[in-house]
Design a protein around this ligand. Structure first.
Ligand code: GDP
Length: 452
């Protein structure tokens, strides 16, 4: 197999081209600076503008972070339940919600939104966030203090909560010159959100939201594609993320296969097994086997393919393993199949379960070639971290193997599963996947949106 891919003498890019801040105590969280040693240097370099905005953000975060004077001031607004307008710092509070893949995507979306609006991102610690992530910003925590006044209401926040942005709009309670501005708005960006909640993605509404010191976001969606459709953010996003070259050399040695099924009943499902084999062989990601031949001892020169399978279910990897164990490959390559865990079912509240999930998303991201399952944010996190355009297994209908079994992703970006279809200016429905060339419908969800 291949080493980390760093040429001899080439310094390791611990700070990931400046995405990470320097100056942390290394021992405080080992993976912060060590993660670069596990992967090849990325061909996608962050823009210098992004780096400078990150450094500015970090100083804002330090100035306004938990227990700072401006933080205490902003809390007073919250306690008196009205924005007196004196707050120097404004905040986005991210609520820990849904599976880990979903959470990582909503964290990224909320962070970018905070960056675009000069707010400070603070995160609800939930049951396991402290255990799973390094502190990203130097000298000030990103964890919302446990004594945050309305933290005990986070779980019950929903579309009909009194401070829910969509709800206030529906009842004409916001943008009213005589109504005091609320100290906080709850932004319901969960997949079941309604047309009023979706007005969050309109510039006009952002102008009112802008004045509110505390924004509390609950989401299970990667909502960045729709930010690209908002004129007020367009220019800034373009500067932060200018067009990138996508030159990625596939050496076909480490193959990751993520199997996530959403059909009821216990797997492994034969139609999914057939689909995995059809996809990997048709796309020449894995060699075919000669069912009449017998496996001989590997010669020193035979190539090795290491296949990482992740799934809640053990069956898919077991089947692949016995296929390559029993029969020789037609190319003479050796194929090893590895599956780190098989958790049976999703157990989002368990810290150890989530650690395994995080490790597996990370391991998948180290693949040279990646196969993912449709609809899964778990796969999106792996492809995004790895800078990979995966082959996406088409979602099976009626429990049958789809034909073609898989297709190549257009870009490494995650899909926004529940975007609005609204033209804010014309105030009517439109196809938001046909507005600009770089925001299109997703490969795996025809109504979803992704940046390409
Ligand atoms: P999504 O539901 O596929 O969009 O992804 P999420 O990560 O948000 O939620 C699925 C959760 O199920 C994960 O966070 C894990 O807790 C669990 N899970 C699903 N697939 C796997 C897997 O292949 N390996 C492990 N360890 N956990 C998984």
């Amino acid at each position: 197999s291949k080493s980390a891919g760093r040429g001899a003498g080439q310094p390791r890019d611990e700070l990931l081209g400046g995405l990470l801040a320097s100056g942390f105590d290394e021992g405080s969280c080992l993976s912060r600076y060590q993660s670069s040693s596990y992967r090849r240097p990325s061909p996608h370099k962050p823009s210098s503008y992004l780096i400078s905005r990150l450094r500015n953000y970090e100083s804002l975060h330090k100035r306004c972070g938990p227990h700072s004077e401006p933080y205490k001031k902003a809390l007073e607004d919250l306690k008196s339940d009205r924005a007196v307008g004196s707050t120097e710092c404004k905040y986005v509070v991210w609520i820990s919600f849904s599976g880990l893949g979903n959470r990582i995507l909503t964290l990224s979306s909320s962070f970018l939104y905070a960056l675009l609006t000069n707010r400070v991102l603070l995160i609800d610690q939930g049951k396991d966030m402290v255990d799973l992530f390094c502190e990203p910003f130097p000298e000030a925590s990103w964890l919302l203090p446990k004594d945050f006044p309305i933290a005990n209401q986070f779980n019950s926040f929903g579309q009909s909560s009194p401070n829910c942005h969509g709800n206030l709009l529906k009842n004409n309670m916001i943008y009213h010159p005589e109504k005091p501005l609320p100290a906080y708005l709850y932004l319901h960006l969960v997949h079941d959100y309604n047309d009023h909640d979706k007005l969050f993605f309109c510039d006009e509404d952002q102008r009112a939201i802008e004045k509110v010191p505390w924004l509390i976001i609950k989401s299970d969606n990667y909502f960045i594609p729709s930010l690209f459709l908002m004129p007020s953010f367009e220019r800034e996003l373009f500067n932060l993320f200018p067009e990138k070259e996508t030159i990625f050399h596939h050496l076909d040695e480490r193959v990751g296969i993520q199997v996530r099924t959403f059909d009821s009943g216990d797997g492994p499902f034969p139609y999914v097994m057939d689909q995995i084999i059809a996809c990997t062989q048709k796309e020449k990601l894995l060699p075919e086997v000669n069912v009449r031949g017998t496996v001989s001892a590997p010669s020193g020169s035979s190539k090795l393919k290491a296949v990482l399978v992740t799934s809640l279910n053990l069956g898919y990897a077991e089947n692949l393993k016995s296929m390559y164990w029993m029969h020789p490959t037609v190319t003479g390559e050796m194929v090893g199949i590895y599956q780190p865990s098989h958790e049976g079912h999703q157990q989002t509240e368990k810290p150890l379960h989530n650690r395994k999930a995080w490790a597996e998303m990370y391991l998948l991201s180290l693949s040279d070639v990646l196969v993912t399952s449709s609809w899964s944010t778990f796969g999106y996190v792996a492809q995004g971290l790895g800078g990979l355009k995966p082959w996406i297994l088409v979602k099976p209908e009626n429990r049958t193997t789809p034909n073609p079994p898989c297709g190549r992703a257009m870009s490494m970006e995650p899909c926004f599963h529940a975007p609005p279809f609204y033209d804010c200016k014309a105030k009517r429905g439109i196809d938001t996947g046909a507005v600009v060339p770089h925001v299109r419908h997703c490969e795996d969800i025809s109504w979803g949106l992704k940046v390409v």
